[in-house]
Design a protein around this ligand. Structure first.
Ligand SMILES: Nc1ncnc2c1ncn2[C@@H]1O[C@H](COP(=O)(O)OP(=O)(O)O)[C@@H](O)[C@H]1O
Ligand SMILES: [Mg+2]
Length: 487
């Protein structure tokens, strides 16, 4: 057995990784940014370099320093087209050369395409060259994203396909995938699911913690230990690492990463009056690309306000008499109008369009003409109202969190999520399918079930049954769960 020395285990013994076992399985490293994943990968690469061929997919150019000491060849992706990268990868397999694919300097779409081409080349190598090889992918969520992002569908398909091949079908071809991610919840499930060895570092988001617990078959409560891990400390589990979960501290590395924390350097001698000129006058041969102006994202507090408060339309048209009421009075009237509409039991089953018409008429009667809710704001308020939340609860900080979590969903589904959130907040039983149907303005239990399944597929909720078969629904984004309810 070839034991790779990773550092020290709890109790002071050496923490080892069985290289042959690793080559027959796969490894997933997870931990939030700064938890020490890249350092861990570097330790693994350095320690195993004498034993096994390696390829590193390196989005930040972190690993190029392996070249000086261990002879890895650096492939600069920015200087190659996709066809070339694929050919280079084929030769890498044929000649068994260790490489670092440096993706630095490419935009995200370019990184995905280049990684896909290169991984594709490794994967498609001729059968004669299926020698064992570690394929390390840092920041794997970039290449196997769980959800569509801003990149083209094509780039995403290529990259996700290559990662799926690596993790699901690479073994037969000698490729042992080692992937690291800072956001487990953002990593495609099928890619993560193939790993049987895990190194879990510090994780503070509930949704990542929940995913980690699921992957490791742990209780959510047990996964809480990941929250308090120090940098460089990981919990190890899997056939190549430890049969029972084991805390380990990753040891030192020989080569330096290029990332890491910024170091303080002494300032250059201050040129006195010259300083102004240095920054205000262009230097010789100075060329700047003008950066495209980017709209600043609105602050979180504003977003929260937008979704929990009515959106006021532009000032009232001139022919209307000036409104002497204060915004608070107007808001109270809007709230009362909404309540009036929903007081009718049939309202639960009317379409949004019909209810909105009704709302506008009632507003006109109250002379609220100029500044009421637009349709989108109305739908959001309706969702909140249908979830049965009263205005007092809406001010609650927890509730704002729930509303913020719901904001990413389609408006008519927000109510279902909020209904669950309310039950969880109140410690109430899990709402029945009928309750769910009512919250989305429908009598159809089938539709209710479909919406629950849909929310589950979006990772917004997770269903489970307690020992008596009663349904409990957990909300991973919030870290809450309902009490047991009707099966
Ligand atoms: N086990 C360790 N021992 C010493 N320093 C470490 C260790 N793990 C991480 N570091 C340092 O902490 C910083 C962040 O680690 P890094 O591996 O870049 O984190 P991540 O890749 O998870 O964002 C780096 O400067 C790294 O050198
Ligand atoms: Mg890193």
């Amino acid at each position: 057995m070839i034991a790779i020395d990773m550092g020290t285990a709890q109790g002071g013994a050496a923490a080892t990784m069985d290289l042959e076992e690793l080559l027959a399985t796969r490894l997933l490293v997870q931990g939030n940014s700064g938890s020490g994943k890249s350092h861990l990968l570097r330790r693994l690469l350095e320690q195993s370099a004498p034993w096994v061929q390696q390829a590193v997919i390196d989005p930040e150019g972190d690993f190029v320093t392996l070249a000086d000491r261990y002879g890895h060849v650096v492939v600069e992706a920015a200087e190659q087209n996709e066809a070339n990268l694929q050919r280079i990868a084929a030769r890498v397999r044929q000649h068994r050369v260790s490489v670092v694919l440096n993706l630095e300097g490419l935009d995200i779409e370019g990184q995905m395409r280049s990684a896909a081409a290169f991984l594709g080349g490794l994967f498609d190598a001729e059968r004669d060259f299926w020698y064992p090889m570690l394929v390390v992918v840092d920041e794997a969520q970039l290449f196997a994203p769980a959800a569509a992002g801003e990149v083209s569908d094509e780039a995403r398909k290529l990259s996700l396909g290559a990662m799926t091949n690596l993790m699901c079908r690479g073994r037969k071809r000698g490729l042992a995938g080692v992937i690291a991610t800072q956001r487990l919840a953002k990593l495609a499930k099928n890619v993560a699911a193939e790993a049987s060895n895990f190194l879990m570092g510090r994780t503070f988001l509930d949704i990542d913690m929940a995913r980690a617990a699921d992957l490791l078959g742990m209780e959510r409560r047990q996964a809480e230990v990941f929250r308090d891990l120090e940098r460089g400390h990981f919990v190890a589990l899997g056939p190549a690492l430890a049969r029972r979960s084991l805390s380990i501290r990753i040891g030192d590395v020989e080569t330096a990463g290029r990332g890491g924390s910024p170091k303080l350097l002494p300032l250059p001698e201050q040129p006195g009056d010259g300083a102004r000129d240095l920054i205000f006058k262009p230097g010789e041969n100075e060329v700047f690309a003008r950066p495209a102006p980017r709209p600043a994202p609105p602050p979180a507090a504003d977003i929260m306000l937008q979704i929990s408060r009515p959106k006021l339309e532009p000032a009232a048209p001139a022919e209307e008499p000036a409104d002497a009421r204060t915004p608070a009075e107007r808001e109270a009237l809007i709230e009362a109008t909404l309540r009036e509409i929903l007081a009718d039991p049939e309202a639960a089953y009317r379409s949004v369009a019909v209810l909105y018409q009704d709302f506008l008429v009632r507003c006109r009667i109250r002379r609220l003409g100029g500044a009421t809710l637009d349709l989108a704001a109305f739908k959001r308020r309706l969702s909140v109202a249908r979830a049965g939340v009263d205005a007092n609860a809406v001010d609650h900080a927890d509730w704002e969190q729930a509303v913020a979590a719901a904001a990413g969903l389609e408006e008519d589904i927000q109510g279902v999520f909020l209904l669950m959130a309310r039950a969880a907040l109140e410690g109430a039983p899990c709402p029945s399918d009928e309750d769910v149907a009512r919250a989305c303005g429908s009598r159809s239990l089938g539709r209710a079930r479909r919406l629950i399944t849909y929310l589950e597929s979006r990772d917004m909720l997770v269903r489970r049954n307690d020992l008596r078969g009663q349904r409990i629904i957990a909300l991973p984004t919030l870290g809450w769960e309902t009490g047991p309810g009707a099966p």
